[in-house]
Ligand binder design. Structure first.
Ligand code: BDP
Length: 688
């Protein structure tokens, strides 16, 4: 009886937890203790740091805390030294970062020992794929926070400024220091005076938070904007045009970051249109930016409908140019050799380009991982990628170390993430998608953090104080909260990426999406007249013999682009990690897997496991109900239901389609498909 009463009281308190919209992200208000801050330096950034401390201080009441801007060799860039009552940094921004770290520790219960925290990458950048009309390519959280359509498109309102401030603060709190404000499929209008004025207004708000702005530019801008005969990078008129344009930009924005360029890729113009190469194009822009300290981030995402395996093309194109780029050019390489798939091996360009700065491009927006419907925590994928060993300079040449300057003396180091941010109240469309924004920033600062540690931090910051406030009697329920909420929710996040791989594309399968939206399954989609490398059968190669893309020496030989021992390891189906098996091999349906199952059975079990895992997430979340506010609880619950329905569709579509080739039964100890293939093929997956 006593137990029943206490449960009732708790349920009552839980329902009194005020609804949260998620707009405050991981920076939710909490009652601060008074603190005295001592700081001799004055600047807009220092002012922000002091304000954050004052509003967020969770340490002892009336403590005194010192902020010191003083050079120290152990501190790199905007790093800082943190101790119980002092933050020291070389720069004002270092102080602000130190304050965010301190507050994070106070809220998550980690002591501030004597530590120096330095960023692993100099530039930690969000790439917004925002169009000037306010839409966002691959954006699933509403319209752009920067651009809009209509008569007042260029008027900067107080609402804009407020939103940009919140955006900047959230980014600075996790160490992000750059924003590319527009889509890589760039409009030439980006460089027109009206738009540049708005860029200036945005930059003015972002600046005190240490965020530089960058722009994606269209390579053909000189011809398109000012009617030059061409946009040939070796044409003196074109060079002059860019020099003038860059001068104009810097006169408005003296600390402008530089350009991001998608050239000769998916129909975008580039230097190859004039018989020049990527180095010619990148260097021309780099020369224009150099006097102002600007950077060119030149994308290696290039492929053509040639007979060559798409996975090999970026390497083929860029390796011969290694050493030919100016030192203010960084080659921006997607994590995998194809395209942000649920799982890919790392791109072989990492570590291989030894005389050129190379930066990773991750995709935070979940284009290929369930948009803003599926709960998929991406940090485990990024951790797997960053810690992949390239072997380029011996054991331990991880992607992280090849890109952060630990192995090669790089002039510039950087990492980019394609943003998942829009005008939705909760910024990201799904409350848990906020964790991906957060995790990107944390990993960009420290590429050795574990995905688990980041998840733990994020959960405490995002849901924590609510549970504590709901607790009328102190420590008892708080302990219960930890046990019953933190642990299962962290587990759900940690497992979520592998679950998505399982119900979408297990064992190295890739790019079997329905076309264009990349949301639902479409392994059958291959209408005549469409580029083969844009159709799923190009990637899965299923036939009556078996399934998978042969990238061994008897196939496309993409394995040859990897350093030994990976080359041999990947080339042999007996040693190839099973997570990449069908990425590198075309194998018979009855190929014997390590589990003892045939390949076909193993595929079936993976799809089913993915679905079962989502059901477990639903259960874990339902059990979490007492510990969080009703609004966020129900919003996530509803998304999980949809994810579960979708996982079922993925499983049924892929198994029933591949079964036409394998001609084998779905293992009898597994749940049967519940949809018919003909119905699934007719389905419009946008409306899943
Ligand atoms: C693909 C996206 C496309 C992007 C392209 C890119 O579908 O919208 O423009 O990547 O990164 O995955 O350039």
């Amino acid at each position: 009886m006593k137990k029943a009463i206490s449960i009732f009281i708790f349920a009552l308190t839980a329902h009194c937890i005020s609804a949260e919209s998620g707009h405050q992200l991981w920076l939710r208000n909490s009652k601060a203790n008074p603190v005295t801050i001592v700081c001799k330096k004055k600047s807009a950034t220092i002012y922000l740091a002091m304000e954050e401390l004052q509003h967020g201080w969770q340490g002892a009441a009336n403590a005194s805390f010192v902020l010191t801007v003083k050079p120290d060799k152990a501190i790199k860039g905007d790093g800082f030294k943190l101790s119980a009552n002092n933050i020291q940094a070389n720069t004002d921004l270092g102080i602000l970062y130190g304050v965010y770290e301190l507050l994070r520790r106070q809220r998550t219960g980690r002591p501030a020992g004597n530590e120096t925290c330095n960023p692993d990458y100099e530039r930690r950048i969000l790439n917004h794929w925002d169009n000037l009309n306010g839409t966002i390519e691959r954006g699933y959280a509403g319209l752009s926070v920067f651009w809009r359509e209509g008569d007042n498109a260029f008027v900067v309102t107080e609402t804009d400024r407020q939103l940009w401030r919140e955006y900047a603060r959230a980014n600075a709190s996790v160490g992000i220091n750059g924003s590319v404000l527009n889509n890589v499929n760039a409009s030439p209008d980006m460089l027109t005076a009206e738009i540049l004025n708005r860029v200036k207004a945005i930059t003015d708000i972002l600046r005190p938070y240490g965020i530089k702005t960058y722009l994606s530019v269209k390579f053909s801008s000189p011809a398109m904007i000012d009617g030059l005969n061409d946009s040939d990078p070796l044409n003196p008129e074109v060079i002059k045009w860019w020099n003038n344009k860059v001068k104009e930009i810097y006169s408005l924005i003296p600390d402008f970051g530089g350009f991001l360029v998608k050239a000769n890729s998916e129909g975008q113009p580039g230097p190859q249109d004039y018989g020049r190469n990527h180095a010619d194009g990148a260097n021309m822009l780099a020369d224009a930016l150099k006097p102002y300290g600007g950077l060119v981030m030149w994308r290696a995402f290039v492929y053509k409908p040639s007979g060559e395996d798409r996975a090999k093309q970026a390497y083929n194109e860029f390796m011969p140019l290694d050493g030919q780029f100016r030192d203010n050019v960084i080659i921006q390489v997607k994590n995998g050799p194809v395209d942000f798939q649920p799982r890919e091996p790392f791109s072989p360009l990492f570590g291989a380009m030894k005389k050129t700065s190379v930066m990773a491009e991750l995709q935070i927006t979940q284009e290929y991982l369930g948009h803003s419907v599926h709960l998929v925590y991406l940090a485990p994928m990024w951790e797997e990628f960053l810690q992949s060993d390239t072997y380029q300079t011996g054991i331990g040449s991880t992607v992280a170390r090849c890109t952060d300057g630990s192995i090669y003396p790089l002039k510039h180091t950087a990492i980019a993430g394609v943003a998942n941010i829009g005008l939705d109240t909760n910024w990201c469309g799904h409350h848990f998608a906020q964790a991906n924004w957060y995790a990107f920033g944390r990993l960009a600062w420290n590429n050795h953090l574990t995905s688990e540690q980041i998840a733990g931090e994020w959960i405490k910051l995002t849901f924590g104080q609510i549970a504590e406030k709901a607790d009328p009697s102190g420590t008892v329920i708080k302990a219960e909260w930890n046990l019953n909420f933190l642990k299962p929710v962290k587990q759900m996040m940690s497992d979520s990426r592998e679950a998505a791989v399982n119900y979408m594309m297990p064992l190295g399968l890739h790019h079997i999406f329905a076309p264009e939206h990349h949301y639902g399954p479409g392994p059958w989609w291959a209408p005549g007249g469409v580029r083969k490398d844009w159709t799923p059968p190009y990637y899965h190669q299923a036939d009556s013999f078996g399934i998978g893309f042969n990238r061994t020496p008897s196939g496309s030989n993409a394995v040859s682009q990897y350093h030994e021992p990976l080359r041999s390891l990947f080339a042999d189906p007996q040693t190839c990690p099973e997570i990449f098996l069908l990425w590198f091999h075309h194998l018979p349906w009855n190929f014997k897997m390590k589990s003892g199952h045939t390949l076909w059975d193993e595929i079936c079990y993976h799809y089913d496991r993915g679905l079962q895992e989502v059901r477990q997430f639903q259960e874990a979340w339902d059990r979490a109900e007492p510990y969080i506010d009703h609004r966020r609880f129900t919003e996530v619950q509803s998304k999980l239901r949809e994810q579960c329905r979708n996982a079922q569709i993925w499983k049924d579509a892929c198994l029933l389609y591949f079964q036409q080739f394998s001609r084998k039964p779905v293992p009898y100890d597994m749940e049967r498909p519940v949809n018919d293939l003909e119905d699934l093929i007719k389905m419009d997956f946008r409306k899943l």
